[in-house]
Design a binder for this molecule. Structure first.
Ligand code: PSV
Ligand code: MN
Length: 385
């Protein structure tokens, strides 16, 4: 562990404000006691995750779910809790006007409304000091012939250009892709190639956001990671797990080996350092499990798979690859993957004055009981859908 401690220290994961609110499926949203009613309470919960793990110093906001009158006061509130406000997530998928699209809509008035929303998000970033504006579009169509897919690409580039030109120094736009849902026939930004093409046209402040849940089964996601890092166009991750579609489950829960392989490419591409500019975010929902321990488990999963990825013997791997030693090379990867890093990470935490077992420390802290008692009345925060 000593050999990888310096790199491990660099790991910083951004948690999503919406993970602390209620969420569910279109069938039912189960509420939990203690759920935040305000963005301040979400930030307080996120701060608890960071206090116990030392891994999650920033929290991403979603506008309008986290709308407040004064973002300066909100930033100070976050700072008082040892947190920073991170990526600003735009939302152009819950307004009736966006039924047939937002930045890609055939009607310029609707496109302008969506562009104005992006401007509003940039205004928020100007106050919070956030670097990234995240754009995910629900835009698409359900039936062949329903929409002019080709024109929509042109409208999309025009709209994005207007947003891009509004970005200030040090600000960036990250364009997320998703292959389906809510549109079922065609999606306007379905894959990394489409996102990359638009970002390339826009310029260096536009980068791709890779949500691990947004690929077809069997997709080699680590290849996409390697390619985007190689091209200098990987802006951020939205980490989560999927079994079937966009399941938004705890990262590393469905397929820890896949998370290991992804982190191996991040490490291979020097993507852990702040200078890489790659934001490691979570984009998850906790439908059944308690939310704060769910987030603790998530950041620990990322740390565990990162540690294993850092343990890959790169020199030996390169030698095996170059000598055509197929099984030898594979064994080097598997040795790293099968290494139990949990005792080493517990020690790493103790050297930093953190609890050796953050899950247990949360249970023992009494925080959940406290918020269950304190947070009475008001409207519990939810996904908004
Ligand atoms: C869309 O499925 C998405 O991944 C986008 O990042 C949204 O902003 C987010 O989910 C909402 O949870
Ligand atoms: Mn996402």
């Amino acid at each position: 562990m000593d050999d990888i401690a310096a790199e491990l220290d660099q790991l910083a994961i951004e948690v999503p404000s919406w993970a602390y609110g209620n969420s569910g499926t279109r069938f039912k949203v189960f509420a939990t006691p203690g759920t935040p009613r305000t963005v301040q309470e979400k930030i307080a919960d996120a701060a608890m995750v960071h206090r116990l793990t030392g891994l999650a110093p920033s929290v991403a906001l979603h506008i309008p779910w986290d709308k407040v009158d004064d973002y300066g006061i909100l930033s100070s509130y976050a700072a008082d809790h040892g947190m920073e406000l991170g990526t600003i997530n735009s939302n152009t998928f819950q307004d009736d006007d966006y039924k047939f699209g937002s930045l890609t809509h055939s009607d310029a008035a609707v496109r302008n409304k969506a562009i104005d929303h992006m401007y509003e998000c940039i205004e928020v970033m100007n106050v919070t000091g956030s670097r990234d504006l995240k754009i995910w579009l629900a835009d698409g169509s359900n039936y062949p012939g329903q929409a002019d897919m080709r024109s929509r690409q042109d409208w999309l580039q025009d709209s994005l250009r207007k947003v891009y030109d509004r970005l200030g120094d040090g600000q960036r736009l990250v364009l997320e892709y998703k292959f389906f849902e809510p549109a079922f026939y065609h999606t306007d930004v379905p894959d990394w190639g489409t996102s990359y093409a638009h970002c390339l046209q826009l310029g260096e402040k536009a980068l791709v956001c890779l949500d691990t849940g947004h690929h077809a089964p069997g997709t080699n996601i680590e290849f996409i990671v390697a390619q985007l890092i190689r091209l200098g166009k990987l802006g951020s991750f939205d980490f989560n797990s999927r079994f079937y579609a966009d399941d938004d489950l705890i990262v590393g829960a469905a397929d820890p080996f896949q998370l290991f392989r992804i982190m191996a490419e991040v490490v291979r591409g020097d993507g852990l350092s702040p200078e890489s500019g790659i934001a490691l975010m979570l984009d998850q929902c906790h439908n059944l499990e308690e939310k704060i321990p769910g987030q603790i488990r998530s950041v620990l999963n990322v740390q565990e798979m990162t540690a294993r990825a850092l343990l890959i013997d790169r020199t030996a791997l390169t030698a095996a690859q170059e000598s055509g030693d197929v099984l030898g090379a594979n064994a080097i990867m598997m040795d790293a993957f099968y290494t139990d890093v949990r005792p080493g990470l517990a020690q790493w935490r103790e050297t930093k004055g953190l609890p050796a077992d953050p899950m247990e420390a949360y249970r023992a802290s009494g925080y959940q009981d406290r918020i269950n008692t304190d947070r009475q009345g008001g409207q519990q925060a939810g996904w908004g859908a």
